[in-house]
Design a protein around this ligand. Structure first.
Ligand code: NZQ
Ligand code: ZN
Length: 388
């Protein structure tokens, strides 16, 4: 463990099938006017909306409706949400939905009292908020992003063909998040699986960096094993509460900053996936799945010892009589088999990407330098082509 770091997580969690009642404990801490943020309507169909509105009313809150947050929330929607919050002097932002609603709420929170355009300020210039932040709470309905316990907020600008994440500090993280695994049961299977792969990839992005003996890697391996185990149960029976609850808890720990301590972290699969998302608006977890294997096969020679460890510790590959390359390849083959079993997208073609889109996706790809190989634009193009 070689890093220098601090650690604090500012989000209080309430977990379990009766966790919604704790909204009653949290609401009195905040002002009267609540902007109720939700997506395209799933919360109305599954009853979560009615339950939340009931609690808000019991607590004497004035509700400002902010519906229609789309998957991969856009900068246009963000500007609309900021206007709504300003017009109604909103005191608190309550996101009820998946990562998109939670990310969007954070973006609104840092923009309401700020004169600058939020896209330019946070997503192009990467500035820190220098205005009063409206507090955010989250009631999570989809496991995947970890947004419920981190400062991440990803916004898409279709005009500029960019999808960019800003990781805000602890003052922007949700003050509390309510995690009821039952709320995720109405997810379509494809979304559940996309979320599962997102979780797994968040762990990989942090694991595949560094060469020191690092406690974070042991934690990462344990999380990966739990995700693999529970995913196989959940894919067979999406209503298995135990598996779904483990997936939800693993999702939070995969990206709540713990396992990145002491790590440089890679995040290139996410940079590629986000660029694909910017051009196609495809489901986040599926964009990651489509590029992962070509990406990991490309970087494997540069981080071979970690890929050997991944094969042995996560996938149980028997190393006897094999070269390191063979062991590492067997690990990636096991990853591929699992991905096919749970049913994620295995190619960009499945997401509607065609060869003529590759240059635009490469243009939208931000290159980071924390992983085993610092990519060139050519490397990006090669991986994208191999993912077709
Ligand atoms: O909009 P509704 O009708 O609610 O439907 C949603 C949406 O269509 C549906 N859904 C969610 N919960 C449901 C449900 N349908 C039925 N029953 C339920 N219980 O699922 C669809 C996808 O929801 P969304 O919130 O978009 O998914 P996810 O949680 O994967 O969030 C994706 C966004 O998060 C960003 C992604 O880039 C993307 O923009 N990310 C945020 C991160 C962070 N904050 O740290 C990190 C991630 O890597 C990711 O980039
Ligand atoms: Zn992700």
């Amino acid at each position: 463990m070689l890093g220098n770091f601090s650690y604090k997580n500012a989000t209080k969690l309430y977990f379990g099938d009766d966790s919604l009642k704790y909204l009653n404990d949290e609401l009195p801490k905040y002002g009267k006017t609540v902007q109720l943020i939700y997506g395209g309507g799933s919360v109305k169909k599954n009853g979560i909306y009615d339950a939340v509105v009931g609690i808000l009313k019991e607590n004497g809150k004035t509700i400002v409706e902010d519906a229609g947050v789309m998957p991969n929330p856009t900068v246009d929607k963000l500007r609309e949400g900021v206007r709504l919050a300003r017009e109604n002097n909103v005191d608190f932002l309550l996101a009820v939905g998946g990562g998109s609603c939670c990310d969007y709420a954070k973006a609104v929170s840092v923009s309401v009292n700020c004169d600058d355009d939020p896209w330019e300020k946070y997503y192009i210039r990467f500035e820190k908020p220098d205005c009063a932040i409206i507090p955010v709470g989250c009631i999570l309905t989809m496991a995947g992003t970890g947004s419920e316990m981190n400062g991440g907020s990803v916004i898409t600008n279709h005009e500029q063909k960019l999808k960019i994440g800003h990781v805000f500090g602890e003052d922007v993280m949700p003050k509390f998040s309510i995690l009821n695994p039952k709320f995720t049961m109405s997810l379509p299977k494809r979304q559940m699986v996309a979320g599962i792969y997102d979780v797994f990839n968040h762990i990989c992005e942090q694991y595949f960096s560094g060469e020191d003996d690092n406690t974070s890697d042991y934690l990462a391996e344990a999380l990966m094993k739990s995700v693999i185990h529970s995913s196989l149960i959940a894919v067979d029976n999406p209503q298995d509460y135990e598996a779904r609850s483990n997936i939800m808890w693993s999702a939070t720990w995969a990206l709540n900053t713990l396992i990145s301590r002491g790590k440089t972290t890679d995040w290139m699969v996410h940079m590629l996936g986000q660029a694909v998302g910017a051009i196609t608006d495809a489901t986040h977890g599926m964009t990651l799945a489509a590029v992962s294997l070509p990406y990991y096969r490309t970087i494997m020679p540069y981080g071979l010892p970690k890929f050997v460890r991944f094969a042995k510790e996560v996938w149980g590959v028997d190393p006897k009589g094999k070269t390191d390359e063979d062991i590492a390849n067997e690990g990636l083959a096991a990853l591929e088999k699992w991905m096919r079993t749970i049913g994620v997208a295995m190619s960009l073609g499945e997401l509607g990407v065609t060869e003529d889109m590759i240059e635009a996706i490469a243009d939208a790809t931000i290159i980071l330098d924390g992983g085993y190989k610092v990519f060139t634009r050519d490397d990006v193009v090669k991986v994208l082509k191999a993912s077709l």
